[in-house]
Design a protein around this ligand. Structure first.
Ligand code: SF4
Length: 469
């Protein structure tokens, strides 16, 4: 999905920029970048591939070349960024989060006007460069951002580093968050406010959907007011977000905990113990234990000493090997037990199938899987999540297309948790992955756990709704 961070200060703020950006590393796996306006007034920039190493390891040697009071950083799924632009609006650096789904259409339009694209990412036009072209179509940054947001299909949140300050613009429907933080002499803006506490910032303001602000070391000026309609991604709370982060003031761990307790309270399956597939299922499992009144135990433990993160290995078989090697099952907890395992979601189901197999191999009597969200049926058109996969890679779509041969118009029936089609699909997944039982939370339960009105949330990947463009 990616994350962005920016900071401006009355003093050198490269350290805050470095660590603030690093605290977004859980959101992306491919590229990262930082850009700073140095004391000499020149832009300095670094971009690295972070598929084979950590952000900090890659960027630490670059720090001597950064020496400024303002900068932006990004963890990016695809694009090499920030992009440096010299335009009629002046020189600037821009970084974005989100997904433009009409890249080809906009690209053709610009090429027909004899405009060029300098950056190619993974063989495609760099969407951050495309955004910069759209922004510079107008007389001011504020007008340009409004214009860009009106032309973009998908969603795009951006930070722009200029000589006048940092411009922060949340996407039109607020699908991705932007939060402002402050300490005594600096102001920061971040996708994740978990980046604030350890670098001395306190959250101060949440940008509304489509809102744009100019941040200087002295304060914040609103350039574009927020619009009314919010469609924040519900999957932020389920999977993307760090447990200590807050979106719209609602904490991620709290929501995951509620998702677990809601399910535990309604689940009458006889069970001995609940555990999680670490790390993302753990907050839910703690809540589930409370809701059901059974103990939580760490039946699968991640070997953090040498497997802290699986750097996107190239092949599926290597990915599976890494997933298997880094989780160690605990015999003493599993053997002869009826164990419930909480996990955030099922996409393809491959890893979960291997985990279930390992649990039986290590003596579990029954393996019951509890998933914090509903089945994912629709690819995400707004962020780089399931959008990068073909719909048929989703285990749900495999069933719908290959087994049921359902007409496209009937797909919604599989997201209706009271419909027989939904029950057949869940049973297919259960038996395919060899689980004793399988329960998903419903869309209504996700909405209840988050606590925002349904119409303020995007739940498109579960039920196909929230589809404003
Ligand atoms: S489709 Fe799913 S992942 Fe994408 S923005 Fe909506 S809720 Fe989030």
């Amino acid at each position: 999905m990616g994350g962005i961070f920016g900071v401006i200060s009355k003093r050198n703020c490269v350290t805050e920029l470095f660590y603030g950006t690093d605290y977004h590393s859980h959101l992306g796996t491919k590229r990262a970048g930082m850009a700073v306006i140095n004391q000499n007034g020149l832009f300095a920039r670094s971009i690295h591939d972070i598929q084979s190493s950590y952000f900090r390891i890659k960027f630490e040697p670059d720090l001597p070349k950064f020496d400024g009071n303002s900068g932006i950083g990004v963890i990016s799924d695809t694009d090499a960024q920030p992009i440096l632009i010299n335009s009629r609006l002046g020189r600037f650096a821009i970084a974005t989060v989100g997904k433009i789904t009409n890249v080809e259409e906009l690209e053709e339009e610009f090429l027909a006007q004899n405009k060029n694209f300098a950056e190619i990412s993974s063989g495609k036009t760099n969407q951050t460069e495309l955004a910069s072209h759209l922004v510079t179509e107008r007389e001011t940054f504020a007008e340009g951002i409004v214009y860009a947001q009106s032309r973009i299909k998908g969603s795009l949140t951006m930070v722009i580093l200029t000589y006048d300050g940092i411009i922060a613009a949340r996407d039109r429907y607020g699908r991705t968050p932007l939060i402002i933080g402050r300490n005594e002499d600096s102001i920061a803006v971040a996708s994740e406010d978990c980046s604030f506490p350890n670098i001395g910032f306190e959250s101060e303001y949440i940008l509304g959907p489509g809102e744009t602000v100019l941040i200087t070391a002295d304060g914040i000026t609103q350039l574009v007011p927020p619009q009314d309609k919010l469609r924040i991604c519900s999957f932020l709370w389920i999977y993307y977000g760090y447990p200590t982060s807050n979106y719209e003031g609602i904490n991620v761990d709290d929501v995951r905990n509620r998702l677990g307790s809601i399910m535990g309270a309604k689940d009458d399956t006889p069970l001995d113990v609940v555990s999680s597939i670490p790390d993302s299922g753990t907050c839910m499992a703690v809540g589930y234990a409370r809701g059901k009144g059974i103990p939580f135990r760490a039946a699968m433990v991640k070997y953090n000493t040498t497997w802290p993160r699986s750097f996107t290995p190239i092949s599926q078989s290597t990915r599976e090997l890494v997933a298997k090697m880094k989780l160690i099952p605990n015999y003493s907890i599993i053997k002869n037990k009826k164990v419930a395992f909480c996990d955030d979601s099922i996409v393809r189901g491959t890893q979960l199938k291997n985990n279930v197999k390992a649990l039986y191999k290590h003596g579990a009597k029954e393996v019951h899987i509890r998933i914090s969200c509903p089945p994912i049926i629709y690819p995400c058109p707004y962020l780089n999540f399931s959008s990068s996969r073909s719909p048929l890679e989703l285990i749900t779509r495999k069933f719908i297309h290959k087994v049921e041969n359902a007409a496209p118009a009937d797909i919604y029936k599989y997201s209706c948790d009271s419909c027989p089609e939904y029950a057949r699909m869940v049973e297919y997944i259960r038996s395919k992955l060899n689980m004793s039982t399988l329960i998903f939370n419903t869309v209504q339960e996700v909405v209840q756990a988050i606590g925002l009105p349904k119409e303020s949330l995007c739940t498109h990947c579960f039920d196909g709704t929230g589809h404003d463009t």
